[in-house]
Design a protein around this ligand. Structure first.
Ligand SMILES: Nc1nc2c(c(=O)[nH]1)N[C@H]1C(S)=C(S)[C@@H](COP(=O)(O)OP(=O)(O)OC[C@H]3O[C@@H](n4cnc5c(=O)[nH]c(N)nc54)[C@H](O)[C@@H]3O)O[C@H]1N2
Ligand SMILES: Nc1nc2c(c(=O)[nH]1)N[C@H]1C(S)=C(S)[C@@H](COP(=O)(O)OP(=O)(O)OC[C@H]3O[C@@H](n4cnc5c(=O)[nH]c(N)nc54)[C@H](O)[C@@H]3O)O[C@H]1N2
Ligand SMILES: [Mo]
Length: 764
């Protein structure tokens, strides 16, 4: 068995160091780290100019996470965080992966570089083409590249043999035109990163509160009585959320964290934009920390509901009866389910003492304005939808939905992942969307559903699809079951990636491959002698503009909008009913079409210019649940799975030095880890039981649906994690995730609960 398959990143470093995880986050070390990153990869004047425009009203949206900007006051010095600066430095680097770079290294040699080295090779400057059987990518003209794609698409027997993936950085304008091209071409095969991310949230929230997005805005966080943060690590992934939580604390709120790991960012926070706070040592954020077992959340919620229901029945006024009567249906069925709860089994499953659960129960009983936030710790679970529906049950029982200071808060990942969905990047858009799109442009938009991410991988692997186009992202490394995904891509006749930086998906390719370099968000987008801007939607449904300020790294880059429109023209020809090039010359025309097709964008061109942004309609926020004002309780069954002694639950997560598959550095400062990524965090007692010593080399195997999947030569490190739970970094551990292990209803790969066994490896 090969232990160094080229589609898996080689190890970056073997000098792994582990110290005690810190209990404080941000503060001075974060400022120092930001400066270091900027200085290392960018010219200082360029870095300074860009950082002053990030997340400002006349600037560009941070290419990092989707956390919203404050409405009124913004820091004049900088409205960003350490990891936003890393995202900026990554995109606005001076280094170039130009045609000379691709001539120097063959695809084989590039695939022997680590993800870190690949990303650090710089920005792609020219379109590159890999001919059938060739060893090196070579520069190609844009026209030739477009023609090659158009020809390939025309050769397909059926439009459904093409797959069009989207990552979540693409602007609204680019996403809308991309979706339009794909529908005009004739398919709904639009898998996206959301399929692997918040799909479970979208599904659960649509069914219960009537809209697949969160119900809260930023000011709600400031004024909530109680904020419960489940399965999320904001210190690393949404650092600006910490300043909202700080405001909540200052206003007298209480914060509870539910997470198998004691994440430093949730414990204690020092706001870098408040010098006084830095001097006084910052603020304790979390009042109660529940170190739940992996996927113990549904059991915990069930235990909480049972205990609260008992108090309600004993005569306390726990539930909001008036709200339940006026705004919900299904209470009796839910009540019967709660009464039948096996409390002991739930306590055992979640791994939290009954007394600790009582502390949270007491808080929920007494508080009226409750917000529950969550991210990947809940969504990437087999019962992710059920857990989120149980969260909605709890909020509905408390009347904590659709009023100030209360509601649902799924915290989104990519900076425009929510906007892309609003624009129609979904394989299952409703018929009403297709009707409007068809009417706006004068064609018949296909209504049959397309493939999501998991289905796309299977379709390519089975030969049902042979053309793959990636609008951003890194499909190979982000997807589950790396070996299968690699085979799937390699089976294609053509793979195409619109990218800013080289990544592993360029190296595991179809018979022919193209890399189309695009402008990043930080860069000036000039079309027809006019500076264009685009728009994005944040995690709380607010749409605002984004305008790049830096000169593009190369003259030969196109914007994503231009690439899509050029492909439209190459495929359909100049006389097509859609005047593709007109849209790429003037993005206002795209916004006019968005206004025609997507609800909530009335007077889009005016509103986007006049304001710092506008909120899209959110019926749940106004208690217009499911159109009728009635939200649905759901009955969610808990399935307890017992495993043999040798088996562990493994979660895959992000370090502090990465953006998904882009590796910024080899440290994970908030977890006390430096100089390495191929590691497994394990409880010390489990290590002793298995006879493992600190940093012992191991192989890890998973066995879902009867197939053995493995990762090799990882180092075990002792960590404060519940017994029988393990953690490893994404994407290194992705080969363990089975394509068939997916969340019920949302089809999201289960990346947070992989059943594995550990095998001692021999030191080399
Ligand atoms: N700097 C930076 N920012 C990012 C990203 C990045 O990679 N880097 N990625 C962006 C994207 S696309 C996304 S989706 C978000 C991701 O944001 P997060 O969801 O915060 O990211 P993960 O690292 O996957 O962390 C999941 C958290 O869930 C916890 N967890 C795991 N399993 C369970 C469980 O069973 N129950 C509970 N209660 N907790 C669990 C883990 O301990 C961890 O703290 O961040 C976005 N922002
Ligand atoms: N095991 C495991 N797997 C996971 C996860 C997990 O927690 N565990 N998380 C899942 C989640 S939440 C997500 S969102 C996905 C992420 O999946 P993706 O979105 O596919 O992956 P990214 O790593 O964000 O994509 C990075 C690449 O995007 C390109 N890029 C960067 N900026 C731009 C731009 O402005 N335009 C264009 N066109 N390209 C750009 C660069 O070339 C870069 O290499 O991964 C999922 N996979
Ligand atoms: Mo994500």
């Amino acid at each position: 068995m090969s232990k160094n398959k080229q589609h898996r990143p080689p190890s970056s470093s073997t000098n792994l160091q582990v110290s005690k995880a810190p209990t404080k986050s941000v503060g001075l070390p974060a400022i120092m780290e930001s400066m270091k990153q900027m200085g290392r990869w960018m010219d200082m004047p360029k870095a300074f100019k860009a950082s002053l425009k990030m997340n400002q009203k006349d600037g560009f949206d941070c290419p990092g996470c989707a956390w919203p900007d404050p409405n009124d006051e913004r820091s004049s010095v900088g409205e960003y965080c350490e990891n936003g600066i890393k995202a900026l430095a990554e995109e606005a680097t001076n280094k170039k992966a130009d045609p000379r770079f691709f001539a120097q290294y063959s695809v084989q040699e590039l695939s022997e570089m680590s993800d870190y080295q690949l990303g650090k090779s710089g920005r792609i400057t020219d379109p590159m083409y890999l001919a059938p059987g060739a060893t090196h990518y070579k520069k190609i003209s844009w026209d030739n590249a477009m023609q090659k794609m158009a020809n390939q698409l025309k050769e397909l027997d059926d439009p459904d043999e093409a797959i069009f993936y989207t990552s979540g950085r693409t602007s609204n304008e680019a996403a809308f035109m991309y979706g339009t091209f794909i529908r005009a071409f004739g398919t709904n095969n639009l898998p996206d990163c959301s399929n692997m991310c918040h799909e479970s949230s979208g599904y659960a929230l649509s069914k219960t509160q009537g809209i697949g997005k969160g119900s809260v805005v930023l000011s709600d966080i400031y004024e909530a009585d109680l904020v419960i943060i489940m399965g999320q690590n904001p210190g690393t992934n949404h650092p600006r959320m910490l300043s909202a939580l700080e405001k909540n604390k200052v206003n007298g709120g209480t914060i509870v964290a539910v997470n198998p790991l004691k994440e430093a960012g949730l414990l204690h926070y020092t706001n870098p934009q408040k010098p006084f706070r830095m001097l006084t040592g910052g603020l304790v954020l979390t009042d109660l920390y529940l170190q739940v077992n992996i996927n113990g959340d549904l059991a915990l919620l069930k235990a909480i509901l049972f205990k609260l229901q008992q108090r309600e029945e004993a005569g306390e006024s726990i539930w909001d009866r008036a709200f339940i009567d006026e705004h919900t249906e299904g209470y009796d069925e839910l009540k019967a389910e709660i009464q039948a709860t096996d409390l002991e089994a739930c306590i055992k499953e979640c791994g939290i003492d009954s007394d600790k659960i009582d502390e949270l129960v007491e808080l929920i009983a007494k508080k009226e304005k409750i917000i529950i936030c969550w991210a990947m710790g809940l969504t990437q679970q087999v019962n992710g939808v059920a857990t989120i529906q149980e969260i909605v049950n709890l909020l509905l029982l408390k009347g904590s939905l659709g009023k100030p200071g209360a509601g649902t808060c799924p915290v989104r990942g990519h900076s425009n992942v929510q906007g892309d969905r609003t624009m129609g990047i979904w394989e299952k858009m409703p018929d009403s969307f297709h009707e409007k799109l068809g009417t706006a442009f004068g064609f018949q938009s296909p209504t049959h559903h397309g493939y999501d991410t998991v289905e796309s991988i299977k379709a390519m692997a089975e030969g049902k699809a042979s053309f793959f186009f990636g609008m951003g992202g890194n499909f190979l490394s982000a997807s589950p079951d790396t070996d299968l995904t690699a085979r799937a891509l390699q089976q294609c006749d053509m793979t195409v990636h619109v990218s800013t930086k080289p990544n592993r998906s360029h190296l595991i390719h179809g018979k022919e491959a193209l890399i189309l370099p695009c402008k990043g968000r930080t860069e000036i987008d000039e079309q027809n002698n006019t500076y264009q801007f685009t728009s994005v939607e944040n995690s709380m449904g607010k749409v605002h503009s984004s305008k790049g300020v830096l000169p593009p790294i190369s003259k030969n880059l196109k914007s994503e909008v231009e690439i899509v429109c050029d492909l439209g023209e190459a495929y359909f020809g100049e006389d097509h009913i859609i005047e593709w090039t007109a849209y790429s010359k003037d993005y206002d025309l795209i916004r006019d079409k968005i206004e025609e097709v997507i609800p909530g964008f009335e007077q889009f061109n005016t509103k986007i210019r006049e304001t710092s942004g506008f909120y899209l309609p959110n019926p749940a926020r106004d208690r217009r649940f499911l159109g009728k004002g009635i939200a649905k309780f759901t009955v969610n069954k808990l399935a307890i799975k017992s495993e043999t002694e040798q088996r562990f639950k493994l979660m895959t997560l992000r370090s502090h030095d990465q953006y998904n598959t882009t590796i910024y550095g080899l440290n994970d400062r908030y977890r006390g880890i430096s100089n390495g990524r191929k590691l497994i965090m394990m409880n010390m007692d489990d290590m002793i039981k298995l006879g493992l010593i600190d940093q012992q080399l191991v192989h890890v195997h998973s066995y879902h649906s009867g197939k053995k999947r493995s990762i090799f030569n990882f180092r075990v490190v002792p960590y404060d994690i519940p017994r029988r739970c393990l953690a490893a970094y994404f994407p290194e551990a992705n080969p363990l995730v089975s394509i068939d292990h997916v969340a019920i209803d949302s089809n999201t790969p289960v990346s947070k609960n992989i059943t594995v066994e550990i095998e001692k490896a021999t030191e080399m």
